[in-house]
Design a binder for this molecule. Structure first.
Ligand code: NAP
Length: 286
């Protein structure tokens, strides 16, 4: 069996087209959706992500306000910048690219962003709303994965979903999202992590297996159930280039469908970020 490759780029292009149409409609009402991005320091991977997000904004008719900040900025100065953007009516979404340098308290900065301008959906108030089934903003990567599954026609309701990884930006919000009693969710979700005794025992039961581990090839073919849908969130830089958390070749032998890296979840994350920004702009204009 050779799995179908899920084309994240094509599905993201579809979402971005919809976002651009909504941004157009807003502009005709005199509202230009605005996203402020803050990049602190010169981490090459972060710079690549932020550049891609800014470019995608421009294509979707969102005004991007770029803040490239020296790595040694004080926490107080950074909080001041966030505060200014919180008050700026032309800015509807604020994205602080993580990770931040070690001398800055990341949680404090994330919590400084107004929840109704939190384009990434990382503010605890937004995570709490997501958990309680009343989201204002869905974090970009989990929301993108949900859209990828829905738009590819894979049934989430009633499915056994196993997520490997419990970070605050991927694993936990994704589990919260897919377990809700709503359309495009309603799954039975298991979350695995380094404390899980028998990870393969869980992953082999998964109809939808989502790997957000941060370790190249952490999920091998023998850990995948025949016919499963495999979503690879991982982006690992190895000597041979970018690779996911899943052994693509091995998993493709057993899975029904699988996302590639790159070209799977990454483009969907950006599309969801744009969607969130335009959504926040709509809400602010209501
Ligand atoms: N494509 C995208 O748009 C996108 C977006 C975000 C992240 N990513 C990528 O996705 C990956 C995960 O990101 P993240 O931010 O969620 O990472 P993270 O904060 O490092 O979290 C990794 C999670 O995986 C678990 N884990 C690590 N090694 C494990 C193992 N051997 N067995 C079981 N669980 C293990 C950890 O468990 P513990 O909690 O027990 O430590 C943790 O919960 C990274 O490669 C990242 O670059 C991609």
């Amino acid at each position: 069996m050779s799995a179908q490759t899920i084309d994240g780029k094509a599905i993201a292009a579809e979402v971005r087209g919809e976002v651009a149409a909504r941004a157009d409609a807003l502009r005709s009402q005199g509202v230009v959706p605005g996203l402020a991005t803050i990049l602190v320091g010169d981490d090459p991977a972060s710079a690549v992500y932020v550049r891609a997000k800014r470019k995608a904004c421009a294509q979707a008719g969102i005004a991007a306000r770029d803040h490239d900040i020296e790595a040694d900025i004080s926490e107080a100065k950074l909080l001041e910048l966030v505060d200014g953007l919180n008050r700026d009516p032309a800015i509807h979404g604020i994205l602080v690219q993580l990770p931040l340098p070690g001398h800055i308290d990341e949680a404090r900065v994330v919590e400084a962003v107004r929840p109704d301008k939190d384009a990434d959906g990382f503010h605890p108030a937004n995570l709490g709303r997501l958990l309680s089934g009343n989201p204002l903003v869905v974090p970009a990567t989990p929301g993108g994965i949900q859209q990828l599954l829905i738009r590819s026609g894979f049934a989430i309701s009633g499915a056994e979903v196993v997520v490997v990884g419990r970070s605050n930006i991927v694993g936990k919000p994704l589990a919260a999202l897919l377990m809700q009693k709503t359309l495009g969710a309603n799954a039975t979700v298991t979350v695995c992590h380094t404390g899980t005794a028998d990870i393969a025992g869980h992953t082999r039961r998964a109809e939808i297996l989502i790997a957000a581990v941060g370790r190249a090839h952490a999920i091998t073919g023998d850990m995948v159930a025949p016919g499963a849908v495999v979503i690879d969130v991982g982006v690992n830089r190895t000597e041979t280039g970018l690779t996911g958390d899943v052994d693509f070749e091995g998993a493709s032998q057993v899975a029904a469908a699988i996302t590639p890296v790159p070209g799977g979840v990454g483009p969907m994350t950006i599309a969801q970020l744009l969607h969130n920004t335009v959504d926040l702009a709509y809400r602010s204009s209501e």
